[in-house]
Write a protein that binds this ligand. Sequence first.
Ligand SMILES: NC(=O)c1ccc[n+]([C@@H]2O[C@H](COP(=O)([O-])OP(=O)(O)OC[C@H]3O[C@@H](n4cnc5c(N)ncnc54)[C@H](O)[C@@H]3O)[C@@H](O)[C@H]2O)c1
Length: 445
Amino acid sequence: MSDSIIIFGADGYIGWPLAAHLGKRNPDKKIILIDNFATRELVDSVGSFSLVPIKAMEERVAYYEKTMGLNNLKFILADAREPESVDRIFSKYRPESVVHLAQQRSAPFSMIDQEHALYTQFNNLTTNMNILYSIARHAPHAHLLKMGSMGEYGTPGIEIAEGPIEIERNGRKSSVIFPRDGQSWYHLSKIFDTYNLILANRAYGIRATDVMQGVVYGAKIDETRDPWLATRFDFDSIWGTVINKYVVQAVILNKLLIYGKGKQMRGFLSLYDSINCLELLLNNPPPEGKYRVVNQMDDVYNTLELAGKVEKIAQEFDIKVQLEQVRNPRVEKEEHYYAVEHKILPSLGFKKEKTLDEVVREIFQAVIPNKSRAMKVKENIYPTVYWGSPIPLVSDKFPMPKTLMNFSLGTALVENNKKVEEEGTPADLEILARSSQSKTSNLRK
Ligand SMILES: NC(=O)c1ccc[n+]([C@@H]2O[C@H](COP(=O)([O-])OP(=O)(O)OC[C@H]3O[C@@H](n4cnc5c(N)ncnc54)[C@H](O)[C@@H]3O)[C@@H](O)[C@H]2O)c1
């Protein structure tokens, strides 16, 4: 087996810090970064952007290499929906570990209209299936760390188990996976992935960790502190996650928008802890041929409680906020029991790196200097996508980028690869994606 780790989705909020962190901690390993820049394009399609400015991937990698004195990150521009691209990457690198983060990850985005729902499910299911097949063919001993979501469980009203549960019916007992009850097309795609992972484990013996991750908050980790290495920070109502959004609402609106009663509870963890947990799981894979589920979170909060914490820290920055209740755009229970079993990561030595208050302070420090950027699209902070509304086939308001609505299963790729081979590509940049022209321009965004 080789000593490389492949990260699919390496341009993302979690993917880039993970790449920089693993690269620094494993100077002798090659870290292969894959992305098609879908998130940059999709966030742009709803009129938004990363509040913290981010560099193009080639600039990030070059700067990382210069400042760290390392040469172990390699970026490949590829669309993981394309089986041939994924297969080519696996046949070349035969990795020891694979991290799969390359998915459309916004629940509201998936609920915009039918086109966005189809895109989400198609993207998420095909990326996962392609990775599973290529592991089975080229890297059967590799450990796949697949990022799922705690939202797969919904709000079941009993403690969420970490792994299977015992059930009894009509006098017979059995063991089944903990019930899934996703509340958006996005979450449903993650549930499908879970079942596909289980089948791939049974059929091909793929060793996999299915990470049920809580909601992540934070603007940086140590390795992305330098503005040249910053990771994306989404703040609008479609792409932002709740704590990050609250801080932006505090700075821009002097308000915190509470969805409905604000009693909705979820598991949360900081970006520091997300990266630390992933590293810990990579260093402690399940035994060969095993599938395991890991619940990845620090603490459970309700959204009103979180608003109170952000309100308090805002005062340290001389920002006085009001809590404003708004119609809940989601269809979800607004009051419910919520408890999550999470023993595996603590048993591997996981400890929270920073308190919620410390990380929220850091988010204010990242948002305040970028206030004028957010002011430009102030209206994007309010909810725009309502689950229960009659939904069009195609939304006029948020057209899907056409570049992402068509892709090839391989033939165009072969043409493209020939071209790339003839014309050459910059050092440490390989292009496997179908529409190389539009993609390379994206690199410079
Ligand atoms: N951020 C959170 O709070 C959170 C919580 C739970 C789970 N997750 C999951 O963690 C993973 C990473 O999330 P994130 O917040 O970094 O999201 P992100 O959107 O910032 O990153 C995902 C990356 O994958 C890339 N990508 C998407 N489709 C691709 C494709 N077909 N081919 C190649 N690259 C593709 C995107 O361009 C993006 O860079 C996702 O699977 C998400 O569902 C995130």
